[in-house]
Structures are given as structure tokens and as C-alpha cells.
Design a protein around this ligand. Structure first.
Ligand code: BGC
Length: 450
């Protein structure tokens, strides 16, 4: 194992948060027991051809039953913070109304266990698993989402707020609105602008509203939300490619942070935005989009190279994939580029945000279990380079408070099913046996020195 990192844990400072992140729909399983209602991922996975090999999230890693052992692994690898999400339909099976006491009890046990082990919980309120009952009423495309989400956040804050101080309102709003309400690749599988535009608007409002509710109900709360961010690189220096890259940049990097900062949706010259702005004005909600978050969660996996493409409606841009450019990439086909990550961190450091936390970063590779060992050197190399980039940006003044690796263990990777393995721990989905990969041991060495 390559332990020559070029940095040590102490270089990041004594109060740096070292974490690992998971999400309910990807890990918990137990989809229909103890009163849990179905989520859009349970129902979406039943649709033919939507998820690779017809995989279902029903059992996932069975974290619901195995959380105690799994938390011991988190602790054993040396992490001091743990990010997980609450399954909305586990505590409110119909999304609103009747509360499921067993669901609430589960999260109390999970939180208590974290605290007992000295793992500080970071709780994500929404990591993509909308209650199926609410999707029937329009889901994120419905303006009622603001009210539904508000009630859910209120319940979580009142129940868990005395124990949990660190909150993440949304996981990647651009991710779930674009994949789920425009491209139909993720749950709930909707397509088209008429779903996408209201979903963007409602998610941006819910993000701010969630922040306000937490601020009111939870004393000493540290409140953030997360964004999927990618450096956008024009394919050539032709003006058409540069303009295409700027449009994608608005969508992927600016669409949700700028409203939160009080600037409204970006007002650049881009037809798509005119529609969004109209929608926004019609509702007279601009100021309600604003919330001063204590931290912004940056989630980065790859840069995106973009070229002008007149065939793509409205956006008129398309991605030039890493494979076709012959650059290093992960088994997802995502470019490995720590320099781009560094530049991205510098750029977000220039926004008027208080703290930055890298709330997800990681890589999928085709791991091989040989004689009980997974020697995932490429993943180690990835973390070494990406953490060096974090340190570089931090030393140059970007206010980075912590880093969460994605993810603790192989899990249900959305439309990829169980094929895409991102974990520091290998999971045999037939037996639920966990095997720590060498990347997990590498973290342990970095964090615990052994
Ligand atoms: C999501 C995770 C996902 C990861 C890798 C992020 O966009 O928040 O849930 O597993 O990317 O695809």
C-alpha cells in the first residue's frame, strides 16, 4: 500500500472534520418493515429498464439492522464525523400526516449510537428518496412541496434537534431535479421542462425554507446544504464552445448557490433562465430563496468538458466524455483531475460563504476480492491526490472545515444498481459480509497512524 502521501492528518489542522458519508436509500434496506412507507426509488426500481440488471434498493446494505457494527467500522477507520440521511418515508410513511414511531425510534438509536462512539452526526434531510405518496401528488414539480418539506423538517428538528447540531438540508438539488425531473434517468423518472423548471424553483425554495426552520427550532445549529459541482472546461477556445461551457456552468454550479446567497437565479443571457426568472417573479418569492447557510457542502467527482451542440434544445451544449479524450478516468468514466478540484475549491472560496465542507468525494473502480483482500490502489491514489488538492486550497486561504469520503461501503448506486462500487468497505450483497478495502486501511493509517 502506498503510504507516501506527502501530507499528514495534522497538516489539515486539529479541528478538521474527517468523515465518511452514506444515504438512507442507498444503505438502509428494510424498505417495507416497521411501518416504513415506500419511496420513489422503491417504486421507480420496479419500472423495466430503469435500473441496471433490474436491481432494487429493498435490502441494500441492511444498514437498518447492522448500523451498530457499521458504526464500529466508521470509528475503527479513524473518522470523527459521520454523515447519513433520514428516510422521509420511514418517519412519515405518507410524506405528511401520520408519524411512524418505529421510524423515529430507529433514528434516535442511530444518533445515540453515533454519540456514544464519539462520532459527530451530520444529518442530511433529503438525499433523493421522496415518499412515493408525495410523488403521486406531483413531487418536486408541485409547489406544495414547500409545505410538505417544511412539515418534515419541523418534525426532524423537534425530534432530533437536541442531539443533532449539524444539518444538511438538501443533497445536490441540481442532481435530483435534472436526473429525476428532466432526463428521467433517476426517480421519479419524469422528463421535460414543464417538470424541471418548477422542480428547480421548488427545490431552491425548500432549501432556504429548510434552513430557516432549523435555525428557528435547533439551538446552536450548524446548517448547510450540498451542491454537486464540477469545473466546466470549454472543449476548444472557439467562442461557441466557451459560451456553451458558460451555460452548463450556470446549470451545474450556479443555479442553487446564487439564490441562497440572495442573488436570485443567475440573470445571464440564457433563454432557459428567462423562463425560470418568469416563474420566480410570478411567485414573488425571490427573497424567500435566500438563506445564510453556515456551510456549503461541495460534492465533486469530475470536471466536465463541454462543446457547442446546436442539436440539443435550449442548452445547445454537450459533454465530451473523458474516454473519448483519452484522459485518466474511473470505472464510471469520470475524469480523474485533482487540479480541477483545486481550482473548483478556489472558485467556491470566492463566493461569500462562511465555511466550506467537502461533503462527498470518491471514486468507483472495479474492485477485485482476491484471497479476502481488495487491493484498490487506484482508489488510494485518487484520495491521495484529491486530499492534496484540498490541502493546497486550504493553505491558500479557502475556508475548508472538513472532508467526507464517499462512501463507507459499496451500496445501491441509484440507476447503476449494485454494480458501481464506491465504498471503502466491500459488501457481498448475498451474505452482507463486509471486507475493508485497502483504501479503508489507508484512511485508518492516515487518521489513526496504524
Ligand atoms: C450522490 C451519491 C452518489 C454519488 C456517486 C452523488 O452525486 O450524492 O448519492 O452515490 O454521487 O454517484
Amino acid at each position: 500500500m502506498n503510504l507516501q502521501n506527502g501530507f499528514t492528518k495534522t497538516d489539515f489542522g486539529n479541528d478538521f472534520l474527517w468523515g465518511v458519508a452514506i444515504a438512507a436509500a442507498q444503505n438502509e434496506g428494510a424498505h417495507n418493515i416497521d411501518g416504513r412507507g415506500l419511496s420513489i426509488w422503491d417504486t421507480f426500481s420496479r419500472r423495466k429498464g430503469k435500473i441496471k440488471s433490474g436491481h432494487k434498493p429493498y435490502h441494500a446494505c441492511d444498514f437498518y439492522h447492522r448500523y451498530k457494527d457499521d458504526l464500529l467500522l466508521v470509528k475503527g477507520l479513524g473518522f470523527n464525523v459521520f454523515r447519513f440521511s433520514i428516510s422521509w418515508s420511514r418517519i412519515l410513511p405518507e410524506g405528511i400526516g401520520k408519524i411512524n414511531k418505529e421510524g423515529i425510534a430507529f433514528y434516535h438509536k442511530l444518533i445515540d449510537e453515533c454519540l456514544a462512539l464519539g462520532l459527530v452526526p451530520f444529518v442530511t434531510l433529503y438525499h433523493w428518496d421522496l415518499p412515493a405518496a408525495l410523488e403521486k401528488e406531483g413531487g418536486w414539480s408541485s409547489h406544495l412541496m414547500i409545505r410538505w418539506f417544511g412539515k418534515y423538517v419541523t418534525l426532524c428538528a423537534e425530534e432530533f434537534g437536541s442531539k443533532v447540531k449539524n444539518w444538511i438540508v438538501l443533497n445536490e438539488p441540481f442532481g435530483f431535479t435534472s436526473l429525476g425531473y428532466m432526463l428521467g434517468k433517476h426517480a421519479p423518472g419524469k422528463v421535460g421542462m414543464r417538470n424541471f423548471l418548477p422542480a428547480i424553483h421548488n427545490a431552491a425554495l425548500a432549501q432556504a425554507e429548510g434552513g430557516r426552520i432549523l435555525r428557528k427550532l435547533v439551538s446552536n445549529a450548524y446548517i448547510g446544504t450540498t451542491f454537486s459541482c464540477s469545473e466546466i472546461i470549454p472543449y476548444t477556445d472557439k467562442p461557441a464552445d466557451i459560451a456553451a461551457a458558460a451555460r452548463i456552468d450556470i446549470l451545474m454550479n450556479r443555479l442553487f448557490i446564487e439564490p441562497a446567497l440572495g442573488d436570485g437565479f443567475p440573470r445571464d443571457d440564457f433563454k432557459f433562465l428567462e423562463k425560470l426568472e418568469l416563474h420566480n417573479k410570478a411567485w414573488k418569492f425571490t427573497e424567500r430563496l435566500t438563506f445564510r447557510f453556515d456551510f456549503i457542502g461541495i460534492q465533486n467527482y469530475f470536471p466536465v468538458v463541454v462543446k457547442y451542440n446546436p442539436l440539443i434544445p435550449v442548452i445547445q451544449a454537450s459533454e465530451v466524455k473523458a474516454k473519448s479524450r483519452n484522459v485518466p478516468h474511473t470505472a464510471m468514466g469520470w475524469e480523474i483531475n485533482p487540479h480541477s478540484f483545486y481550482r473548483l475549491l478556489k472558485r467556491f472560496g470566492d463566493y461569500n460563504v462562511k465555511d466550506i465542507i467537502i461533503s462527498e468525494n470518491g471514486a468507483m473502480f472495479k474492485d477485485e476480492l482476491i484471497n479476502g483482500e481488495i487491493n484498490d490502489e487506484r482508489r488510494i491514489d485518487y484520495f491521495q491526490k484529491y486530499l492534496a488538492a484540498v490541502l493546497h486550497a486550504k493553505k491558500e486561504g479557502v475556508n475548508i472545515k472538513g472532508y467526507f469520503a464517499w462512501t463507507l461501503m459499496d451500496n445501491f448506486e441509484w440507476a447503476e444498481g449494485y454494480h458501481a462500487r464506491f465504498g471503502l468497505i466491500h459488501v457481498d450483497f448475498k451474505t452482507q459480509l463486509r471486507t475493508i478495502k485497502n483504501s479503508g486501511y489507508w484512511f485508518r493509517y492516515l487518521l489513526n497512524g496504524r
